[in-house]
Design a protein around this ligand. Structure first.
Ligand code: HEC
Length: 169
């Protein structure tokens, strides 16, 4: 064994160490800046501190199916907006996400299993979706989609807020 080999190994492991420290630092940076303004890339954080909420099995299944329909509704809304079908976007938002969807979702039944904070976020989603349903009708009249897009982002931001705080079991 030449004296140079261990030295090279030391240099390599030092380089790896530095790389690991830098990677750790940039992850910490990304996590730290997650809540800043502008483009918020969500660093996939290994630590999951969402609150567990216990639902009866059948209700959990029902709720998750509902959630998948929420996502489908958003997709249908975006498609309708792109096609200039404001009335369709408005109807989907009001009936599937808005105040009119409360009966559909069995909101009354589900609410009693939710912590207050989760209930509040849920109510906010229905309110914001109903507001969007009006905003997109206005867009149909003015030809300006921007206010409706902003209003739609106020709907998805509520999805994001609840998902960041709670999970089911
Ligand atoms: C009041 C809270 C709340 C709101 C508002 C909310 N969700 Fe959820 N959603 C949850 C919870 C809790 C889960 C389960 C997450 C877990 O257990 O990891 C979930 C799961 C989901 C899932 C996964 C479904 C599956 O089959 O696993 C989708 C998709 C989803 N939500 C879409 C949406 C969309 C889109 C919106 C907004 C239009 C939305 N959700 C609004 C609480 C919420």
């Amino acid at each position: 064994m030449t004296p140079g080999v261990p030295r090279t190994r030391t240099l390599v492991s030092m380089a790896l160490l530095v790389a690991a420290v830098l990677a750790g630092a940039s992850l910490a940076w990304a996590q730290h800046h997650r809540h800043g303004g502008g483009e918020q890339g969500v660093a996939a954080s290994a630590k999951d501190d969402r609150e567990f909420v216990r639902f009866p099995d059948a209700l959990r299944e029902h709720t998750l199916a509902n959630m998948r329909d929420h996502l489908l509704a958003l997709q249908e809304i975006q498609e309708a907006m792109a096609r200039g079908q404001e009335a369709v976007a408005s109807r989907v938002a009001e009936q599937r996400l808005g105040m009119s969807s409360l009966g559909l979702h069995g909101a009354h039944e589900v609410a009693k299993y939710m912590p207050q904070g989760m209930q509040d976020i849920g109510s906010q989603m229905h309110r914001n979706a109903s507001r969007f349903a009006i905003e997109i009708q206005n867009s149909g009249a003015t030809g300006d989609l921007k206010p409706a897009l902003e209003s739609l982002s106020n709907v998805t931001s509520v999805c994001v807020a609840c998902h960041a705080a709670y999970r089911l079991r």
